[in-house]
Every structure is written in C-alpha cells, then in structure tokens.
Write a protein that binds this ligand. Sequence first.
Ligand code: FES
Length: 101
Amino acid sequence: MTTLTSSSRDQDKVHRVLLGKKQFLVTEDEPLLPQLERAGLHIEYQCREGYCSSCSIRLLWGHVDYPFEPLAWVQSGFLLACCAIVKTDIEIAFFSDDSAE
Ligand code: FES
C-alpha cells in the first residue's frame, strides 16, 4: 500500500518508508507517526511529544531528524516516530519483526 499524505507542493520533500514488503510515502511536513497512522499502521505511543519513548521503532537505514531534542532517550538504530521527521528514504522495523537483538 502506498500513501501520499500531504499535498505535493514543490517545497514538500517526499520520501519512501520501507517496512517489510510494504512501502509508504511520507513528507517532511510532519512527524512519521501520524503519517503511518493514516496509512493504517498501529504504532504504540503514549505522550506523542518525545517524553516516553513508547513510539520507538527500529531504523534499519536512512536518516531522520528531530525539530526539537526529545527528552526520551533515542537508542542508536531506533527513532521516535512521534517526533521524527523523515529526511531520506528509510527502512524501519517494529520490535516484533526484530529477531536480530
Ligand atoms: S509517544 Fe512518547 S516519545 Fe513518542
């Protein structure tokens, strides 16, 4: 399933998010979490403001940025979906998909 979640203005930057065999298109207009939710994915969350780390998702490759420094600890190789802005194509995995660690 592919979802474009925002208008395609010239200044919008659109990136691919790979999750297993699925691919989503997201923009830099808002954090990853609401865009994945609109695409039909259920993501664990509590605060949605970078405090709790319950929205932590494995980042297998690619780059995200944060418009503010999250208070929650961001473990290396993970992202906080509620406040991460996707800056390149990325590949993510949920904990249940993670058999490497
Ligand atoms: S939901 Fe709390 S840090 Fe993302």
